[in-house]
Design a protein around this ligand. Sequence first.
Ligand code: ADP
Ligand code: MG
Length: 366
Amino acid sequence: MCDEPLTCTVNERLQPIYNMTEKRSEISDLGEFGLIDRIAQHTQLQNSTSVVGIGDDAAVLDGGEEYILVSTDLLAEGVHFDLAFTPLHHLGHKAISVNVSDIAAMNGKAEQVVVSLALSNRFSVEAVDALYEGIRAACQQYKVDLVGGDTTASRSGLILSITAVGRVPKDKVVYRSGAKPNDIICVTGDLGASYIGLQVLEREKEVYLVNPDMQPGLEKYEYMVGRQLRPIARTDIVFELAELGIKPTAMIDISDGLASELFHLGKNSGVGTRIFEDKVPIDQAAYEAMALEFKIDPITCALNGGEDYELLFTIHPDDFEKIKNHQDIHMIGYVHEKPNEHTLVTKHGNAVPLRAQGWDHFKSGG
Ligand code: ADP
Ligand code: MG
């Protein structure tokens, strides 16, 4: 029972929101992950069907024969996307992909999505059509069904919230918490290109604002821009690992950056990691754009860029033989027993501590 008083003054209601007392704490000081930890600490599960709650890529519910997986993501205009360079079709597709990716990170398969929309009157019916074309294309690609949602008005642009529901056999579910010392750390695909794609798109927007007749060619950056605008969830890897007879010991998808995800995996598993710079996969064209054009150390992009939507997982050393020839799975390091100690061994052989910068939306104001 909530026993807060029902009758109070406007001042009393607004006080906790603005909290102008000395005790006021800023969300930006806590950060997104600190805030989630705080919510989790004060949340207890009451039903035996709630197997795992806050803290993994998806919640795990007991569905009888199998586990049901539930994951949700919210995309806000001006925070997660800029419509000056994000076609609505791609936005719809991406919103589905990022949720399907979270289900894949549990070693599961997404089967349904619900889509909720808040729209300002700036948007036409055709705009909504374009958004849903992308949503439907992604649903077809991943074989998931759009089964509901909610629609409302917004005073501040477009807000898109998607919840995906999936399934996994009970003995196949993979958590962030199962990594053990000596496990091999693997990543799929390549990292950092999405971040460079975003830099290219932002640069294009700046050029356009100065001179709308200028149309910078993006052909050279097609791969990077594609990684940013239309990431693909690695459902293929979940399938292939099963074919190879491998169940990862732990898994997470790379949404905030490799470094940040290594910290999550390490924290949940009570272990540390050691990775090798020369093993971290980076696309060649993206590497050149990072180093030569944007003058950012490519490993920094790969570690902290985010939005790659690749899978980061650990396997038991016995599974090494089964995976070693896979073209798209890269072994980048190993797990060790020292909790919270995450190290990068550079190309020159120096061991440097990793920092989990990630992308913290609360730090950028708004
Ligand atoms: P991901 O990057 O995989 O989408 P997040 O970092 O967004 O994961 O969330 C981590 C965990 O915290 C998930 O289990 C998610 O469901 C939970 N979570 C995030 N925000 C909230 C919230 N406001 N209330 C309750 N749980 C939350
Ligand atoms: Mg995730």
